[in-house]
Ligand binder design. Structure first.
Ligand code: CMP
Length: 199
């Protein structure tokens, strides 16, 4: 919100204020400012400095971990390497990875949040149908970076260049899964990996 609040115009004005004050202090400007102008420049300068610092703080990236799954439709078509390349190109580091085959029960527990959805049974059967590759990704804002490079759940709606746009077959067979938040990521990572496996 702070970031939106501070427009480019404000930023330019701040820089201009700096510049004028710099010239004035170094006596490059011969004409005199009246006191009010100086106060208003200084006032703007200090207030903006505070807001800019807050906005820089808000913008600060955090290193996160997220769980990613390369789903059966992708492992079947030998797309693990191509998908990993996309993840790495997006600045994500694969700090743990293994190829496993889930039972339908294990898939069911993983996707328990979708239990009431009409596609739950189909989803669990699909995830248990063939091997998957589970992985932990690390990077700045890894959760949102991963979701960005994955693209929308439905490949028809996914942006160009995303994994799902290029590789997914349908909304169900959509090639990858990624945690959707910090709490989910913590649960999902712990479902497949111990701390010692993430390096
Ligand atoms: P994923 O990100 O793994 O999270 C839940 C999954 O449910 C989702 O990707 C889709 O693969 C699947 N899903 C969502 N909507 C549907 C749907 N309408 N039909 C079948 N599967 C779906």
């Amino acid at each position: 919100k702070y970031i939106q609040w501070i427009s480019n115009y404000d930023y330019l004005y701040l820089k201009l204020s700096y510049f004028i004050l710099y010239l004035k202090i170094n006596k490059y400007l011969s004409f005199d400012f009246d006191r009010l102008t100086i106060y208003s420049l200084l006032n703007f300068f200090f207030i903006n400095e505070i807001y800019f610092n807050i906005s820089l703080g808000a913008k600060k990236m955090v290193v996160q971990r997220t769980l990613s799954i390369i789903k059966p439709d992708a492992t079947r078509r030998n797309l693990t390497g191509a998908i990993n390349q996309k993840l790495e190109n997006a600045g994500l580091r694969i700090i743990a990875q293994k190829r496993i085959k889930l039972s339908k029960e294990q898939a069911g527990i993983f996707y328990l949040v979708h239990k009431e959805r009409p596609f739950y049974d189909e989803l669990c059967s699909f995830m248990a149908s063939e091997p998957i590759v589970v992985q932990v990704l690390e990077g700045e804002d890894a959760i949102s970076s991963n979701r960005k490079v994955m693209g929308a759940t439905n490949p028809v709606e996914a942006d160009d260049g995303t994994i799902r746009k290029e590789f997914a077959l349908s909304i169900g067979e959509n090639s990858v899964h990624g945690s959707d938040g910090e709490t989910t990521a913590a649960f999902e990572i712990s479902y497949f990996f111990s701390g010692l496996e993430m390096v």
